[in-house]
Design a protein around this ligand. Structure first.
Ligand code: UDX
Length: 458
């Protein structure tokens, strides 16, 4: 029964306004009804992609601005191909957005929880949003529905959510997400694997069925194992990049071509060639948060976590090393201008969370260095004292040192003659190895590249 006293929910698109969000969707007996709670980067990709697979999906979003924007087919952050996917779902009528959690879950067979689990001061994951959502939807869930945690959560959270929901007729499953910013849609369509953790075979099979059209190995397991797979994956990848950066830094000191050393390493099939690119250190919304959270979980469990503590520390050291290289290129004159290209944590995203660029910029700003930054997806200053300009040319004009911190496509095409014309100095620090080193050295620049150190000016 419809509760007429309840406040009217916001349902988008507005012309489809109704109290039962699924009601307007074209009736199709075979369609599965899914609610996705949280329309951030993981939730929205999940919602739009599940709709693309043919399911009826309602995305629940608490922010009125984000909700309105989504209802008009506008994705409020940058993620390639996602806006097109959202618009196709809206047009097909099997994707809508609402602010009404209870109404959305009251008609769903599957409920994906995609809400944030940020770091707390002690490094552990803050589960307060998972808890409030669990408690809020508890009374509205349909009997035999399955609540699926996609948010990255510590081992044991499914069991905890089961208590918070407190319904013996509802199952809880874990289905962690491995999306990479910048290729989230592609990764959803062709994942390396799908992990499903639930305590009954029936729930595992039902969740697996949602992905029937996707060709990928499916690992079905218990919820504890599924939760751990996600943390283990991110912590392993973060450790791998730290190791790669350690080897690159060693090459910077001793000589030896890091790119070749790492290729030689990656050709060992047990190691593999992907994810071996040295750089300025890792960042983003996942690696730092998830590594800290795994450390917290392991510490609480009394496990040896020496390796991961060292990984975190070494990543911070990497930021300091790069800042020191830039400082060195200023020859002791902090008044000189640094042109910083690339501010997001990597190319292909507008995400600035825990970005190495900002960590390095902070260290330089603290010592009084003047920085002018350019990034194709950043228009407002993310740090006090960091000036943002709208083009590469503006950034490099009259600069003493050019620093490349993310691998945005256009940066590789920088022309030495243009730099000679616009820059005041002749130093380049290329932390992503995107520039053709020889070209710049021949044009008279001093070039420092990750894994190689400084080249000689000719
Ligand atoms: C990561 C995981 O890859 C993904 O599975 C998980 O769901 C979320 O966290 P993402 O944060 O989008 O994805 O970034 P990713 O491409 O993995 O890169 C993470 C960091 O490592 C970035 O700072 C990136 O620049 C750095 N990196 C990555 C390298 O320095 N070298 C590499 O070879 C790869």
């Amino acid at each position: 029964m419809l509760n007429t006293l309840a406040p009217l929910p916001l349902v988008f698109p507005l012309h489809k306004f109704c109290l039962y969000p699924f009601a307007f969707m074209e009736e199709n007996e075979n369609q599965t009804h899914i609610a996705v709670i949280g329309c951030g980067y993981v939730g929205l990709t999940t919602a739009a992609s599940l709709a693309d697979l043919g399911h009826s999906v309602i995305g629940v979003e608490i922010s009125p601005e984000r909700l309105e924007s989504l209802g008009h087919g506008k994705v409020p952050f940058f993620e390639p191909d996602l806006e097109e996917l959202v618009n196709s779902g809206l047009k097909r009528n099997n994707l809508v957005f609402t602010s009404d959690l209870k109404s959305a879950v009251s008609q769903a067979q599957f409920i994906f929880v995609c809400v944030p689990t940020p770091s707390q001061d002690d490094g552990s994951a803050d589960l307060s949003v998972v808890r409030s959502v669990s408690e809020a939807m508890s009374g509205s869930l349909v009997s035999r529905s399955i609540v699926i945690l996609k948010s990255t959560v510590p081992v044991g959270t499914c069991a905890q959510v089961e208590e918070w929901i407190g319904r013996a007729d509802v199952e809880i499953a874990s289905n962690p997400e491995f999306l990479q910013a910048g290729r989230a849609v592609a990764a959803f369509k062709s994942p390396d694997r799908i992990i499903i953790g639930a305590n009954t075979l029936d729930a595992r099979e039902k969740v697996a069925e949602l992905y029937a059209k996707i060709s990928a190995p499916i690992v079905c397991t218990d919820s504890h194992s599924a939760e751990l797979i996600k943390y283990a994956s991110n912590a392993y990848l973060a450790s791998r990049i730290t190791f790669v950066n350690n080897i690159a830094e060693l090459c910077e000191r001793t000589g030896g071509e890091a790119a070749t050393v790492l290729r030689g390493l990656g050709l060992d099939k047990r190691i593999g060639e992907a994810f071996l690119q040295p750089g300025p250190g890792w960042g983003g919304s996942c690696f730092p948060k998830d590594t800290r959270a795994l450390i917290s979980v392991a510490t609480e469990a009394g496990s040896d976590i020496t390796l991961l503590n060292a990984v975190l520390e070494s990543n911070e050291t990497r930021f300091a090393q790069i800042a020191a290289v830039i400082s060195q290129s200023l020859n002791g004159d902090q008044e000189r201008k640094v042109a910083m290209l690339g501010l997001t944590f990597k190319a292909g995203t507008d995400d600035l969370r825990e970005s190495p660029s900002l960590k390095i910029a902070s260290l330089l700003l603290e010592s009084g260095v003047k920085i002018v930054g350019y990034d194709p997806h950043v228009t407002t200053a993310p740090l006090e004292g960091l000036e943002i300009v709208e083009s590469v040319e503006e950034a490099i004009k009259n600069s003493d040192v050019l620093v490349v911190l993310t691998e945005w496509e256009g940066f590789a095409d920088l022309d030495p003659s243009k730099l000679l014309e616009l820059m005041k100095g002749k130093s380049i620090v290329d932390t992503r190895c995107v520039l053709d080193r020889q070209n710049f050295i021949e044009a008279g620049f001093s070039v420092w590249q990750t894994g190689q150190g400084w080249g000689k000016s000719v």
